[in-house]
Design a binder for this molecule. Sequence first.
Ligand code: F6P
Length: 364
Amino acid sequence: MKRIAINTGGGDAPGLNAVIRAIVLAATQRGWECVGIRDGYNGLLMPENYPEGGLMTLTPDSVRGITHLGGTILGTTNRGNPLAYPVLGEDGQYHEIDRSDELLDAFAEQKLDALIAIGGDGSLAIAGALAAKGLRVVGVPKTIDNDLDKTVATFGFNTAVYFATECIDRLHTTAASHQRIMVVEVMGRYAGWIALNSGVAGTADAILLPEIPYDINKVAEKIQKRSSRGRDFSIVVVAEGAKPIGGDLTIIGKAVGQAERLGGIGHKVGAELQALTGKETRVVVLGHLLRGGKPTAYDRLLSLRFGAAAVRSLVEGQTGVMVALDPPTVNYVPLADVAGRMKRVPLDCDTILTGRDLGISFGD
Ligand code: F6P
């Protein structure tokens, strides 16, 4: 092993830079060179778009002082899947083509011996496919959504929950002062981890999750019951993937080569609650604020542990694996066991039971 590549794919998450730093320091100690691929795989697939080169040489100097920074120094994209790459056709429409063989040729040309791919479900599925085609690959699980299977946690999630909880705390005082309902929409795609954890920690009155289709009348009843006890404000946390019983997800749209974009359910819930309760309602969509900013100490440490473990896994000769938190250690699991297996909130999990014991409504 002489030269390894690192890339970051999909949505950014706090902790990416800490993973990069740990990989570079651990690899350099072993005498290996590190390069970063810009914007997912685009630095290799479209080097002509990068006047300074699609690859970034990474040394201990170039990764100094980045552990606490949000974002990724390599850049990222959620439109660069080499297996379904969007290209503009002569008909003016985007079409998806498989560029994975071209990508493997670029790895060979650049004399890259292995790849550490840092990403969520989509990026790890790509990493698994490249490993199956013979590339030496180790994955690192990233996502604020916490929806990856086979790891107790992904980095980025703790920071998102921490920030969402802080926002819910702030909304309490303004909601109470104005006797309003505050609806807070949070990200998380098809899993309710962020909504559940921040909602319980922030003592929301109702939490709507993708895993529990809701009846809006049940939420309105909960709010009216509070009013009858003199509690004239309420906080409702809504996961972007929440949906009513018998209803559909609220979707912004889907572009070629990209995942479906969720969003808008908070405004629907807010309008319905205002109509049902007669209470003035405001809606706050936290959106990408949950992905920005510096990682919490928990996420930094997890990121550093994942990055160092990824290098150790290459030393041990592993390939086609993902590093995974399995307290008290970090283990390796086959990438093939991770792809396509979304980790949703189990309905009998302790945090939901705790929420119910505290009197929080889940709209069911
Ligand atoms: O997967 C992370 C995530 O932030 C989701 O929670 C959200 O649905 C999605 O990415 C948003 O993606 P984009 O950055 O493309 O808007």
